[in-house]
Unconditional design. Structure first.
Length: 392
């Protein structure tokens, strides 16, 4: 079988696990039954683009999947239930850090927010056990609190938009990076009462800037996409920076899409406020001091440089690979490409040259002005206090 077929088979086989099947169901918005877990249906291919469609964040999907574990559990003791939940958490984390085909389902996101959401859910379970008089009552409380927690988490985005949108004023230019549903909710909320423009970094290699630009343009907001490397150039005309986060760490810094650190440094150098919009379930008990302290963010994503030839050739920052499907197999195998379709000179990567595309970097707290969260507007120094309260 072809490599693509093998990858599809591997990916499909993973969803025989009910926990991962539930996770896929919540992420894609599709109902996945056990009978369909071994069939090759359209939901699997559609799942690859779930980040562009789904309204359910990864941690919320994980929490809902853990609730499914509780409902299916035959455990008769709290220790047995906790073991099942830890096992399910480990399965989801292993999945989030596994093969590239599985990473596509997760939209290329890191596992930090997933781990934080699962850990918070485990705290809910422990509290229920300490307060309940017997195991049956405890199980009922776990389900009730879990559903409530999932509901609160789903509503977090609207709460953040409410507290954050007043910071955007008429006539301003907002610079943003990557695709974040909470940031898009905030800016679209602000656009209901104010006129401003947005500059989006293109977001290589996953075309997240193209996604963001389309969402903002569809909302009627004047939007410009610029090269990632133009951050210093465009910072002069930006009035503020607003980004999301994969995780908010104990020292008030954030882990986010690669390039956020450089964005923060440029903003500080030019005296521009740097705002972060993030849900409280992304608060992680981590204390990185530098980039090397970050955990492994899944399988490496190797990008062939020819994919970056130009906006037009790649079909609008979608990362369309070359050689294209229109070329013959012999030419594709040899790495040939129709030069007439590509402006300028295309440089192919020599085999001895390595490519590294880490998905996230760490931005220290000193570069962050404020964090917009569902707990309110926080300074970076207040994050540690909120983490203590969350995990008590």
């Amino acid at each position: 079988p072809s490599a693509a077929a093998a990858a599809a088979a591997d990916e499909q086989g993973d969803f025989s696990n009910p926990v991962l099947r539930d996770l896929r169901s919540y992420l894609t918005g599709n109902s996945v039954s056990s009978s369909s877990s071994h069939s090759t249906d359209s939901s699997t291919s559609a799942a690859i683009d779930h980040e562009h469609r789904s309204a359910v964040a990864l941690p919320v999907a994980a929490i809902k999947s853990l609730l499914g574990v509780v409902r299916r559990s035959n455990a008769s003791t709290m220790m047995g239930l906790q073991d099942e939940l830890r096992s399910a958490t480990d399965e989801m984390l292993d999945f989030a850090m596994s093969a590239p085909g599985q990473s596509r389902l997760l939209g290329g996101r890191s596992h930090i927010a997933l781990a934080s959401g699962c850990e918070l859910f485990m705290k809910y379970v422990t509290r229920a056990y300490l307060e309940a008089p017997d195991f049956d009552t405890c199980m009922a409380q776990v389900l009730e609190r879990g559903e409530r927690f999932a509901g609160i988490s789903l509503a977090a985005r609207d709460r953040i938009a409410e507290v954050g949108h007043p910071f955007v004023q008429d006539g301003q230019t907002v610079l943003t990076h990557g695709w974040s549903r909470v940031v898009s909710s905030l800016l679209i909320k602000a656009a209901e009462t104010r006129h401003f423009s947005i500059v989006v970094l293109e977001g290589r290699p996953d075309a997240s800037g193209a996604k963001s630009a389309k969402v903002y343009a569809d909302a009627g907001i004047p939007t410009t996409v610029v090269l990632d490397s133009a951050v210093g150039y465009v910072m002069e005309r930006a009035d503020m920076v607003v980004v999301g986060a994969e995780g908010v760490v104990e020292n008030g810094g954030i882990v986010n899409k690669m390039g956020t650190y450089a964005l923060g440094m440029a903003a500080r150098e030019l005296g521009k406020p740097f705002y972060v919009a993030a849900e409280s379930y992304k608060f992680a008990r981590m204390f990185p001091l530098n980039q090397s302290d970050l955990p492994r963010m899944g399988a490496p994503c190797v990008l062939n440089f020819v994919d970056t030839a130009s906006w037009q050739v790649t079909g609008g920052l979608v990362g369309k690979p070359y050689p294209s499907d229109e070329e013959d197999d012999e030419g594709a195998a040899a790495g040939a490409v129709d030069a007439s379709r590509i402006p300028g000179v295309v440089h192919f990567r020599p085999g001895q040259v390595k490519v590294e595309n880490p998905p996230c970097d760490y931005t220290p707290a000193k570069y962050i002005t404020l964090l917009f969260t569902d707990l309110g507007v926080l300074t970076p120094s207040a994050v540690s206090d909120e983490l203590i309260r969350l995990y008590q």
